[in-house]
Design a protein around this ligand. Structure first.
Ligand SMILES: [Zn+2]
Length: 189
């Protein structure tokens, strides 16, 4: 009995330590995990769901699914960000530092949204682009959920929340599309 109790304590300690380390890693961005207990950041987890990539301009035929369907199909993180307008922790996304040539698609419906040619390092911890692949493929609307009024960016085909667009980006557009990595799937050229 005594042994199992102390085992339980050690296990509890490992779990708590792991959580603290994960939180620290997310908060300061540059922290490298060196402790033996590694708790993967959910946003970095490898996507398992197959997706059909669509490369062209949005044809106007919307993807409509019930909330229950989305919940079933998407991962917990995808659902929280894309359907509940969540935001992933900065520097946790798998595509933030991706510099490969290719296209970025909606992680829910596969529609092309951005291109690697327009991706740049904004230093914010989220994948950033100064332009979209096609204007028609995204919907931009006013977001008043915070004190600051922002412009929300959604996928035009399935209405998934992608992120926000700001006007402090580089030339030639001056725009910064600040997109959650979990909302994107990368298709390498
Ligand atoms: Zn979509």
């Amino acid at each position: 009995m005594k042994r199992s109790l102390s085992l339980l304590f050690v296990f509890g300690l490992i779990v708590v330590t792991g959580q603290i380390l994960t939180t620290t890693g997310r908060a300061d961005g540059g922290f490298a995990l060196t402790a033996p207990v590694v708790v993967p950041t959910p946003a970095k987890a490898k996507p398992t769901r197959e997706i059909v990539f669509l490369d062209g301009e949005y044809d106007g035929v919307a993807v409509k699914k019930t909330d229950a369907q989305w919940k079933r199909e998407l991962s917990q993180d995808e659902y929280r960000v894309m359907r509940l307008d969540g935001t992933e922790y900065p520097y946790t996304g798998a595509l933030t530092d991706n510099k490969k040539a290719g296209t970025y698609h909606c992680a829910a419906c596969g529609l092309i949204l951005f291109r690697s040619e327009n991706k740049y390092d904004s230093g914010t911890g989220w994948p950033s682009f100064y332009d979209v692949a096609f204007k028609k493929n995204v919907i931009e609307s006013e977001d008043r959920s915070l004190a600051e009024i922002r412009t929300e960016v959604e996928c035009a085909r399935c209405k998934a929340h992608l992120g926000h667009v700001f006007d402090d980006g580089p030339r030639p557009t001056g725009l910064r599309y600040c997109i959650n990595s979990v909302s994107l799937r990368f298709k390498q050229k």
